[in-house]
Design a protein around this ligand. Structure first.
Ligand SMILES: Nc1ncnc2c1ncn2[C@@H]1O[C@H](COP(=O)(O)OP(=O)(O)O)[C@@H](O)[C@H]1O
Ligand SMILES: [Mg+2]
Length: 259
């Protein structure tokens, strides 16, 4: 795959919590069109990085540049409008709405809250078509009218991806998309991520090394808030520093994976 220019860059990104440095001078460069994985042992600072990128947390130091624009000081809503969208946990999907209704909520959110717009029947019909299209993209065509609460776990995560797609992300942030899944769901969601990466950029935190080996173009390994290594799976998996970082941690050994 030919990768594009830099879509997202962090320079010296740092976050301190009362003197404890959770993210320490991280320089990240994400290529447009790539699937970029952020990995590292528990406590390495992965989630904090995500929270900084979406400005859920305010950086202590450093800069975040998206499409050449410094977004370090922007608010979360502005960042979302620019196209950096994080896939939220299942809890953010309304359990008693159907799959279709949940995607529609996502579409409405992305179009703004102007109420009058929604009065027209035609607009609502268009919205339904678009929502159906997104459900089809994630393989949930047959589940459109099923209340979300009744969907199997893997399908809920697929729905989450559909609601994220509704926001028209240019850069999609996925925080452990296969967490807690059985084999089949992992394979299905991995294929789905690969599919939706077409025309987008994906930055994901993921623990499953098979998933990472299978679909990542670039991997950044964090350890204690700092970048320990970066490169392709082949490069990173034979880096002795990386193996050492995972030693004695509860995470899956990096070298045990196969694509
Ligand atoms: N709000 C917070 N206050 C204090 N410490 C925090 C806070 N959030 C995260 N940390 C600490 O920062 C470190 C990195 O956490 P986190 O980013 O969640 O790691 P990861 O996602 O890689 O497991 C951990 O030691 C964690 O305890
Ligand atoms: Mg985390």
């Amino acid at each position: 795959m030919i990768l594009g220019d830099t879509i997202l860059e962090t320079r010296g990104l740092t976050k301190q919590f009362k003197g404890f440095t959770a993210v320490n001078g991280v320089n990240l460069r994400v290529c447009r069109g790539s699937i970029h994985a952020l990995i590292g042992p528990n406590g390495a600072g992965k989630t904090t990085c995500f929270n900084l990128l979406t400005r859920f947390l305010v950086p202590s130091a450093g800069r975040i540049v998206f499409n050449g624009i410094d977004i370090t000081h922007e608010r979360p809503a502005q960042i979302a409008r620019r196209g950096i969208i994080r896939s939220f946990q299942i809890s953010a999907v309304f359990p008693h709405l159907t799959a279709l209704q949940n995607v529609r909520v996502g579409l409405q959110r992305s179009l703004g809250t102007a109420y009058h717009f929604w009065k027209s029947e035609r607009t609502l019909a268009e919205l339904n078509d678009r929502a159906m299209d997104l459900l089809t993209q994630v393989g949930l065509t047959d589940f459109a009218d099923v209340p979300t609460v009744e969907l199997a776990y893997g399908r809920k995560r697929a729905l989450e991806i559909a609601t994220t797609l509704a926001m028209e992300p240019e850069l999609m942030l996925l925080d452990e998309p296969t967490q807690g899944m059985g084999h089949e769901d992992v394979d299905r969601v991995t294929a789905l991520i690969k599919k939706v990466s077409n025309g987008r950029t994906i930055l994901m935190v993921e623990h499953n090394m098979n998933v990472i080996a299978g679909i990542s173009d670039t991997i950044t390994v964090l350890q204690r808030g700092e970048v320990l290594a970066e490169g392709s799976y082949a490069d990173v998996s034979k880096n002795p520093l990386v193996a050492e970082a995972y030693m004695g941690s509860a995470d899956a050994a990096l070298t045990g994976a196969h694509a």
